[in-house]
Design a protein around this ligand. Structure first.
Ligand code: FE
Ligand code: FE
Ligand code: ZN
Length: 276
């Protein structure tokens, strides 16, 4: 089953997002748990959440992939800012419990010169504190492009975080633009990259994908998303991904530079490429 969707605006509430998703033939989606560039979160609305949960079930949606704010850097250098950010993560996970059974993905962070090991330590400490044993939410680390001092641009760094947290329920979201920019050649050797992921992290940790083409060439460490088929990855790469036996049932989220009509067209494109 192909679970395809895109980033949606959460400003009108959760039930409105499900409606919007249905209007573009999406059966999963992503949304920011708070203002993507800031730290403010909306007031919680239990009735809206309950309505959304019922709609998701009725219309057979796959697992949703919420996204933490881009500004949330768990390994920032300033201790006060770091503590605040760790609290934001904890609050996000607590809020996710209103939409039980879904994923919460976030960018691990940038160590800003403190080094990968220090960064991993801060990220792991925040996760250990925020991840309550019984939250009905699975946390995903996003695989990054290795831009600047980003942590998580190598599978080994994701594994370092996972080992430091020491939980079975910490997963990974692979962003196709990020890992291709990061030096994993999914265009010419998708199977080889998945084998490498399995060797380093373990494929059982792979829970979701962000499907983005890239404006930049292989191993550029840039992270600039492009529409499907218009960048260096190309449509054939996405055709292989949506049909790959190890990937085909995972939620696939578009973060391409599109408005809703563009997303609708890309979702239709992915569905047309699926071999049933
Ligand atoms: Fe992301
Ligand atoms: Fe992404
Ligand atoms: Zn990105």
């Amino acid at each position: 089953m192909l679970y395809a969707g895109c980033h949606l605006s959460a400003t009108k509430g959760n039930a409105a997002m499900v409606k919007t998703a249905m209007s573009i033939d999406a059966n999963t989606f992503a949304f920011f748990t708070r203002n993507p560039r800031g730290s403010s979160a909306k007031k919680e609305d239990p009735a809206d959440c309950a309505k959304a949960v019922a709609m998701l079930k009725e219309h057979n949606f796959g697992t949703l992939v919420a996204h933490g704010a881009y500004t949330m850097n768990l390994c920032t250098a300033d201790p006060e800012a770091r503590a605040f950010t760790a609290d934001v993560l904890a609050d996000d996970l607590r809020r996710m419990a209103a939409l039980p059974g879904n994923f919460y993905n976030f960018h691990p962070g940038s160590h800003v010169g403190q080094g990968v090991e220090a960064g991993v330590g801060y990220i792991a400490a925040a996760l250990k504190k925020a991840m309550e044993p019984n939250y009905p939410v699975t946390v995903l680390l996003e695989a990054m492009a290795g831009k600047g001092s980003e942590v998580g641009g190598k599978f080994e760094e994701l594994k370092m975080i996972i080992d430091a947290v020491g939980r079975d329920d910490l997963g990974v979201c692979i962003d196709t633009c990020h890992i291709y920019d990061g030096g994993y050649d999914i265009v010419n050797d998708l199977d080889g990259v998945l084998a490498e992921f399995d060797r380093v992290v373990g494929l059982h940790r792979l829970k979701a994908l962000h499907l983005n083409d890239s404006k930049n060439p292989f191993a550029s460490h840039k992270d600039r998303h492009e529409c499907l088929g218009q960048g260096s990855l190309g449509l054939e790469t996405f055709r292989r991904i949506v049909n790959h036996p190890l990937l085909r049932n995972k939620p696939m989220i578009l973060e391409t530079p599109n408005e809703l009509p563009g997303y609708a067209a890309e979702i239709a494109l992915l569905r047309s490429m699926e071999v049933r």
